[in-house]
Design a protein. Structure first.
Lengths: 114, 141
């Protein structure tokens, strides 16, 4: 599991690569916590290369969203493959997260707000 | 070489084993000409079960073996997982609230919810002091 961070003005894009399961979700959790702790509040997670997610991965997104809500920030997700999208749909997570079709669309969703 | 109708694997109680076993399931499903989506769904269900057992199932920190069996017969895949952890029926849990807001949402129960939704049949047995979970999925869905 790889987790790469890029800045686009006020937006931080975290690109995920590989399998996000119970043995790897901690890598993403530590990255998200470090971003939120240093005050980043406009986060995009790019799932274009995320091959797989289990409930251990969902837990990390929920934790990050809860912390960001307290900090008046937000988490937007982008470009999920069909398998990952199915997990979000089956658990109702599709209705609590904004999910964009592309990374650019996710970044632009912050520009329209500010 | 034709793909056998059964796959029998023994893994250690180590979360890193889950990715390894998923490759074997992928190969088994692909070898029978079945869709990758089916392999994904079987692997997710198995992952959720194994994660629970490996993370919470044992009273001691030592090594344990977990048996995983996968079989294809009459257009049904049967997955069995057998462990020597403490008695625990994963399906004896209330369903999660899938409509709560971010603030009120809890992660508990989502793994089992996924298993129930992905599989056509779920079953738990306590057999000779061991936990046996049986999952079935029709291949023509």
């Amino acid at each position: 599991m790889q987790c790469v961070e890029n800045r686009h003005e006020s937006v931080i894009v975290v690109g995920l690569q590989g399998r996000m399961d119970s043995s790897t979700a901690r890598i993403v959790e530590e990255k998200m916590i470090s971003l939120i702790d240093r005050g980043e509040s406009h986060l995009v997670v790019d799932c274009a290369q995320l091959d797989y997610i289990s409930s251990a991965g969902l837990r990390v997104f929920l934790m990050a969203a809860k912390r960001l809500t307290q900090a008046r920030g937000k988490l937007v997700l982008a470009t999920m493959n069909d398998d990952v999208k199915q997990v979000f749909d089956m658990t109702g997570f599709s209705s609590i997260f904004k999910i964009c079709g592309s990374k650019e669309e996710a970044i632009n969703s912050y520009r329209q707000e500010s | 070489m034709t793909m056998p109708e059964r796959l029998e694997l023994t893994i250690r109680n180590d979360l890193a084993e889950i990715a390894r076993i998923s490759e074997r399931i992928d190969d088994f499903i692909a070898g029978h000409g079945l869709p990758a989506k089916l392999a994904f769904e079987l692997n997710l269900a198995l992952d959720e079960l194994l994660t629970n057992v490996i993370s919470y199932g044992y009273d001691d920190p030592g090594p344990h073996d977990i048996e995983v069996r996968c079989a294809l017969a009459d257009d049904v895949i049967t997955l069995e997982m057998e462990d020597d952890g403490r008695a625990f029926d994963p399906f004896d849990a209330p369903p999660p609230d899938l409509t709560a807001s971010i603030e009120d949402r809890s992660i508990g129960g989502l793994g089992v919810h996924l298993i129930r939704n992905l599989m056509t049949h779920t079953e738990y047995q306590r057999r000779d002091g061991r936990n046996v979970v049986i999952l079935k999925k029709k291949t023509d869905l």
